[in-house]
Ligand binder design. Structure first.
Ligand code: SF4
Length: 234
């Protein structure tokens, strides 16, 4: 079974699409292996009851029925750009009159290029994760990460699509001001949000023994980003 063809459906979410009541599809599988990832069930498609996973087609049928009460659809993960039929899926959602938000780690710029090539496959909102300085992505188990991330950011800058950037403040100074400086050229006028790491159910169980990142950790990173002229929120 191709796990990239499976999703978990959150029928109603107030937090995944800014300002909208949305349904969210969380795709299984990911091309990164962030040790602090708390989406273990999604990334590995394991340790969750089989019935938790459905096909994107089944998810869309639920959404069609609830169309009247929804303001948008979020495609998240895991990593949604690994799903081969993503352009067709976005086309179907937009044909229902619902805007689409895509959450991505930016490791598949060729997919973004395909999506941006036609209006009906272009997401209405994109959230790009920025995890570490681009050169440090090799720690996350992917080849040529730096070029991929830079290409994705450049595509998003020029796509004329609302977007945001997201980073996670990590414990033990794992994500530092140096990472912010290295990432800053990838961030344009759009907001850059900083969330806080919490241990629990991490992909690498060693990370469950680490303390939660503190509010000051996020604020420090946001301050550094703001000093570099970014619209930081931490
Ligand atoms: S944190 Fe995101 S990009 Fe990293 S492994 Fe988990 S789902 Fe993939």
């Amino acid at each position: 079974m191709d796990i990239n063809n499976l999703v978990m459906l959150r029928k109603t979410s107030l937090v995944d699409y800014p300002g909208k009541v949305a349904a969210a599809l969380f795709f299984c599988g990911c091309n990164l292996r962030c040790p602090w990832c708390q989406n273990r069930e999604l990334v590995l498609a394991s340790n969750a009851p089989d019935q938790a996973f459905i096909s994107p087609d089944q998810a869309l049928r639920h959404i069609e029925k609830r169309r009247a009460v929804l303001g948008g659809v979020v495609l998240s993960g895991g990593e949604p750009t690994l799903y081969h039929e993503l352009p067709a899926l976005i086309t179907r959602v937009k044909a229902m009159g619902l805007p689409v938000k895509l959450d991505t780690n930016g490791m598949a710029p060729h997919v973004l290029e395909t999506l941006f090539s036609q209006r009906e496959t272009t997401p209405d909102y994109i959230a790009l994760d920025l995890k570490l300085a681009p050169a440090r992505y090799t720690l996350l188990g992917v080849k040529n990460p730096t070029a991929r991330l830079k290409e994705s950011a450049a595509l998003i800058h020029t796509a004329n699509v609302d977007h945001e950037f997201r980073s996670l403040a990590l414990p033990h100074g794992f994500f530092t001001d140096n990472d912010i400086e290295a990432l800053a050229p990838l961030v344009d006028h759009a907001p850059w949000f900083f969330r806080l790491f919490q241990p629990g159910n991490c992909l690498d169980p060693a990370w469950d023994t680490f303390p939660a990142a503190q509010k000051e950790d996020g604020a420090r990173l946001a301050k550094k980003a703001a000093q570099l002229g970014k619209r930081a929120n931490g």
